[in-house]
Design a protein around this ligand. Sequence first.
Ligand SMILES: [Zn+2]
Length: 287
Amino acid sequence: MKIYAVQTGSVRIKRSQVHGRGHGLRRRLRIFTDSQWTAWLPTYAWMIDHPEGIIVVDTGQGRHLLDTARSLHPYLRWEVSFRVEPDEEIGPRLRALGVKPRDVQRVVLTHLHVDHDGGLAHFPDSAILVSRRELQTAGGSIGRLRGYLPNRWPAWFNPIALDLAAESFGPFAASRRLTRAGDVIAVATPGHTADHLSVMVMEDGITYVLAGDTSYTQALMLAGQVDGVSADEATALATLRALKHLAAERPTVYLPTHDPESAERLSTHRVIDATRPDAARSGRATV
Ligand SMILES: [Zn+2]
């Protein structure tokens, strides 16, 4: 088994989205008054070359996102911008790795935000797994009001709704095995969205956390710093703490979608040293 980091362009957002400030609705509205952008951040998807078949986690950004500056949705119009070259979409990226998208058996989405489902069009022949409730949250006109783009899902998009069982995984309450070997597991990591999930991959005694947007960087997770978009701050914080507990229990490589250091941590198998007294203060956000 091997995990590949697949960069699908980059994104920039407001600093107060990465690093939530204040509480409640004010925290979430702050993004709209913040004039400070982050640096350009990578948007990763992941390919797991697994003996039971290739699994892709998230599909990254699509070129169609380049027109969001004209969107009617205020978040998409003003608070985020994207860069995606034609050969940076996940289809060409996988082909460059020697994999045809039709050879991907399954695609698992951590959540349905536009920079995670933006490459869906490349996978008409794959089984696509999405949390059942995330699908409900993102769909229809209510989903569009929430900043999702269900109107840009491919016409054939008919995902398999994933229900995570009440089967704990370490400090997490709900999970579901995705492979017979039990070495790839979807785990409920609510917060950034109410039904956000992460994918845990176990190999050679290391747990790789394909974390989606549980936090924007590892340092922010260790610091228990909730982002600026999570609706339920307490739930988001509980997930960050569970991730930190996981890292204290077992060697863990933490791989958020937008952390500029994720690819290097993956290639060097760099685990979190959660026992270090300064782990919680290990630097500021890198953006
Ligand atoms: Zn997101």
